[in-house]
Design a binder for this molecule. Structure first.
Ligand code: CTP
Ligand code: ZN
Length: 156
């Protein structure tokens, strides 16, 4: 594949590969990257992939991801691979994993849910009922919802 590289290899940083086509900008939003921070970022969108048909890739130099960021990426890009690059070599490659329960990163969509009460700080807990299609259920109020709830991760 070397001769087909659209963007050069990076020296140190993170390559998020196998992102479903069209989701690269959502991945950047999750990471809080607007382009004004000064770090070098490469976006590749809608390139051919043997596994996915089409895919996006995000390469970020000198940036490594926090577990919470990886969990969020898993939700909006469940096919993604996170590659950690040091001195041009991929030293770690991990598939993202959608956990059985999502703790603290997604709010329940039910405004009356105890986990949304402004009076007591409750860490939201949401069970993953199905992965494809994504079906979620709040552990507190049993409200069920789907992919539409993920908009809260990428808006602001
Ligand atoms: N990559 C990069 N800079 C490097 C090393 C790798 O930008 N110094 C990128 C590659 O272009 C690729 C991804 O990181 O998009 C993973 O690299 P590699 O494991 O070498 O590629 P594949 O074997 O094709 O990965 P996979 O099996 O996960 O598809
Ligand atoms: Zn709830």
């Amino acid at each position: 594949m070397e001769d087909r590289l659209i963007v050069r290899k990076i020296k140190d940083g993170t390559v998020i590969d196998h992102i479903p086509a069209g989701r690269a900008l959502d991945v950047l939003k999750i990471l809080g990257i607007s382009g004004k921070e000064g770090m070098t970022v490469a976006l590749v969108m809608n390139v051919e992939s043997r596994k996915l048909g089409r895919k996006d890739i995000v390469k970020i130099e000198n940036r490594f991801l926090k577990p919470e960021e990886v969990d969020k990426i898993a939700l909006i890009a469940p096919t993604a691979t996170i590659n950690i690059v040091r001195d041009y070599e991929v030293v770690e490659k991990r598939r993202v994993v959608v956990p059985d329960e999502i703790v603290g990163i997604l709010k329940c969509v039910n405004p009356l849910c105890i986990s949304n009460s402004p009076r007591e700080p409750v860490v939201p807990r949401i069970a993953v009922v199905s992965r494809q299609p994504l079906k979620l259920r709040c552990t507190y109020c049993d409200e069920e919802f789907g992919e539409e709830a993920l908009s809260q991760l990428v808006s602001q």
